[in-house]
Design a protein around this ligand. Structure first.
Ligand code: NDP
Length: 265
C-alpha cells in the first residue's frame, strides 16, 4: 500500500503542533502515512490545493475554517450546524467535512466533575462551536465578550450574552478563556476587576490557549482555582481527526496514548 499523505492548512501554520502529533501517532500505531504543514494564503484555493497535492485528509486552522466549510462536497451534521470545518477527508472522490474542535473541548469539560454552569470569555469561532455542543449536551453556557457585534448569533441560539458593560458577576462551575488574549501578548481576556469578581465566586478555570501559563490562568491560580490549559483540547481534537483519517480502525484511547507522547517532545 502506498503511503497516505495528510496536512494542516493555515496562515500562519509554522507554529502548528499537528504534524508532530499525527506523525508520532502514525509511527506508534504503524500506520503507513505522513503529515505535513501547508501555508495556504488564499482560502478559496483550498479544494484545488488539496486535490493537486494528492492528500487523503487535512486539518484546517485559522483563518480558513469557514472556507473549509464551503469547500466540502459533504458535511457532517454537527459541522453543518456550526458552519466551521477543521477536518476534511477524501472519500469516494468527495471532500467530507467535520468539526473535531468542539467535540474535543466537550471531552475536556466532561472530564471535570460537577460542571453545569459555564462562563465563556469570548465569542469567536471556537466559542461558537463549543457553546453549541455544550448546550446540546445539557450544560448552561453564558457568553461574556468585549464587544457587542459577535453576541447577536449567540443570542439567536438562546444563550445569555453580556458585554463587559452590562455584566453582573455571579458564580460558575467553570470559567473558560475562549479569546486569543494571552496568546501572543500578556493581556487578560477582560478587565481585571471583572475577572476577580467572577473568579472569587467560581470553581475552576480553563484556557483554550495551550503551551503557556496565560495571565488568565495565573490570575485564576491566585484564587486557588484548579486550572487547565488548552493542551487536552488540542490533543482530543487531534485524536478525533486521526480517527477520521484512519477510518475508525483504532480506539480513541489507543490513538490518545500514541499521540500524547508528542507533547513530551
Ligand atoms: P476568533 O478570532 O474567532 O475570536 C476571538 C475572540 O477573542 C473574540 O471574541 C474577540 O473579541 C476576543 N478577543 C481577542 N482579543 C481580545 C482581547 N485582547 N481582550 C478581550 N477579548 C479579545 O478566535 P478563535 O475562536 O479562532 O480562537 C480563540 C482562541 O482559541 C485562540 O487563542 C486559539 O488559539 C484558541 N484555540 C485553541 C484550540 C485548542 O485546540 N486548544 C483550538 C482552536 C482555537 P471581539 O469580538 O471583541 O473582537
Amino acid at each position: 500500500m502506498q503511503k497516505e499523505l495528510f496536512a494542516i492548512f493555515g496562515n500562519p501554520v509554522s507554529h502548528s503542533l499537528s504534524p508532530l502529533m499525527h506523525n508520532r501517532a502514525f509511527q506508534n500505531l504503524k500506520y503507513k502515512a505522513c503529515y505535513t504543514r501547508y501555508l495556504l494564503e488564499d482560502g478559496k484555493k483550498l479544494k484545488d490545493t488539496f486535490l493537486k497535492l494528492g492528500l487523503s485528509g487535512i486539518n484546517i486552522t485559522v483563518p480558513h475554517k469557514e472556507y473549509a466549510f464551503s469547500a466540502c462536497d459533504w458535511l457532517d451534521n454537527f459541522a453543518k450546524r456550526v458552519g466551521a470545518v477543521n477536518t476534511i477527508i477524501l472519500r469516494d472522490g468527495e471532500l467530507k467535512g467535520y468539526n473535531t474542535d468542539a467535540p474535543g473541548f466537550l471531552r475536556v469539560v466532561e472530564e471535570l466533575k460537577s460542571t453545569k454552569e459555564i462562563l465563556f470569555l469570548g465569542a469567536g469561532g471556537t466559542a461558537s462551536s463549543s457553546a453549541v455542543i455544550l448546550k446540546e449536551e445539557g450544560y448552561n453556557v453564558t457568553i461574556l465578550n468585549r464587544s457587542k457585534s459577535r453576541l447577536e448569533s449567540f443570542k439567536e441560539k438562546g444563550f445569555a450574552t453580556y458585554t463587559w458593560e452590562d455584566f453582573t458577576p455571579k458564580s460558575y462551575d467553570l470559567v473558560v478563556n475562549m479569546t486569543s488574549a494571552g496568546l501572543n501578548d500578556n493581556t487578560l481576556p477582560a478587565p481585571k476587576e471583572i475577572l476577580e469578581a467572577i473568579l472569587k465566586r467560581s470553581n475552576g478555570a480553563v484556557d483554550v490557549i495551550y503551551g503557556k501559563q496565560t495571565p488568565f490562568l495565573n490570575l485564576a491560580k491566585e484564587f486557588n482555582l484548579p486550572t487547565k490549559d488548552g493542551s487536552d483540547m488540542l490533543l482530543y481534537q487531534g485524536v478525533l481527526a486521526f480517527n477520521l483519517f484512519t477510518n475508525g480502525v483504532f480506539e480513541f484511547e489507543e490513538i490518545e496514548e500514541a499521540m500524547r507522547e508528542s507533547f513530551l517532545l
